[in-house]
Ligand binder design. Structure first.
Ligand code: IPM
Ligand code: MG
Length: 390
């Protein structure tokens, strides 16, 4: 005979059961998913441009202008089409009381890839209700399981590509923790076999295609034994299919330390890790290259992919009428990843080269975030003029 639980525990167990059911459904879906889209086989690639909040629309339209310029022939042929998706704003999300309003989600799902500006995530003390982050919701809704974040500082020998798992870990049911009683709060972290395997394979495939010789798996499997243990074990299994690539295994604490060790950090190439560790360490990593504002980020799934700036929506700049002076370089970097992902590597390389010239080498125009510098659109024009010279 089992002992009766307190009503508080009974209630918590019911919530836990619902979470388990939901995760089992997700596993079933993963088991049925098809392989990655082959963009070359699509009649038309639809690129959604979703401005988001704050400075988002201003910087995103600057990036769109450049992509349209680079893809002009493809647009003329009807192979590529751009669609602007308004409405992923905090005001609309609050009105619909949803992380992503239904009509916006339907528009997103009608695209193949999405270029997304920053969206506001409400936090304690904000005037908004506590709706889920639009980012996190979009990653889940479109099953964008691989968050790919490159960081490069060539003169310091840094060339890292992070493969952050993007749909599981502490984020899977992050908004569904349980306050069991006044004294006890519990959150959940999730690892599934399919979820671990697909991110591990994505990292190894990337390594193989790009001539990398090492993949580093980062966990805290000595303490978070079950879920991180599964992640690590799965990476070790997948590694057997890639005998030419070495797998090494680090704990997140010492990995975080070694990233600031100039002698050790140049040894890392591709890093694969669970969601929360990936969130934290990619901010640290981006700092070496000039901060999160300089980094682009790709969120890749088998059917959809979304490319974004990793900085925030800077509402203060809009309040002060300075959104047109916002720096579009992070979202333009995301545009480089988008072009490469859909198969336009030549255009991606040109854009990356032009960005490096304009941002770090020639620096004919400066962005200061105010009228002492140029506007984001002027910078976009500068990049396009530079591309013409390549
Ligand atoms: C990121 C961001 C998001 C995350 C926030 C905005 C929810 O920090 O893209 O890294 O935690 O994933
Ligand atoms: Mg982050």
């Amino acid at each position: 005979m089992t002992m009766a639980h307190t009503p508080e525990i009974e209630a918590a167990m019911e919530k836990f059961a619902a979470i388990l059911e939901e995760q089992n459904i997700r596993i079933e879906k993963m088991k049925k998913e098809k392989d990655f889209v082959d963009y070359s086989k699509l009649d038309k690639i639809i690129i959604g441009v979703c401005g988001g909040d704050g400075i988002g629309p201003a910087i995103t339209s600057a990036a769109q202008k450049i992509l349209e310029f680079l893809l002009a022939d493809e647009i003329a042929k009807g192979k590529v089409e751009f669609k602007v998706i308004d409405g992923l704003t905090i005001e609309n999300r609050v009105a619909a009381n949803k992380a992503i309003p239904d009509d916006v989600l339907a528009e997103l799902k009608a695209c193949d890839v999405i270029l997304k500006g920053p969206t506001t995530t409400p936090r304690a003390g904000d005037p908004w209700p506590n709706i889920e982050s639009a980012n996190v919701a979009m990653r889940k809704e479109l099953d964008l399981f691989a968050n790919v974040r490159p960081v490069k500082v060539p003169d310091q020998g840094i060339d890292w590509t992070f493969y952050r798992e993007n749909t599981e870990g502490g984020y899977a049911v992050g908004s569904k923790g349980v306050n069991v009683s006044d004294d006890l709060a519990i959150d959940f972290t999730v690892a599934t076999s399919d979820g671990c395997e697909r991110i591990a394979r994505a990292a190894f495939e990337y390594a193989r295609k790009n001539g990398k010789t090492k993949v580093t798996c980062v966990t805290k499997a000595n303490v978070i034994k079950t879920t991180d243990g599964k992640f690590l074990k799965t990476c070790q299994e997948v590694a057997k299919d890639y005998p030419e690539i070495e797998l090494d295994d680090w704990y997140i604490d010492i990995m975080t330390a070694k990233l600031v060790d100039p002698k050790r950090r140049t040894g890392f190439q591709v890093v694969v890790l669970p969601n929360l560790y990936g969130d934290i360490i990619t901010d640290e990593a981006a700092e070496f290259q000039g901060g999160v504002g300089t980094a682009g980020s790709a969120n890749i799934g088998k059917r959809y992919a979304m490319f974004e700036a990793i900085h925030g929506s800077a509402p203060r700049m809009v309040l002060e009428g300075r959104d047109k002076y916002a720096d579009p370089c992070s979202i333009i970097r995301a545009g480089v990843m988008l072009l490469s992902h859909i198969g336009y590597q030549e255009q991606a390389d040109k854009l990356e080269r032009a960005l490096d010239i304009c941002m770090y080498e020639e620096k004919k125009l400066q962005i200061t975030g105010r009228d002492t510098g140029c506007t984001g659109m002027e910078f976009a024009d500068y990049i396009m003029d530079t591309i013409k010279t390549l």
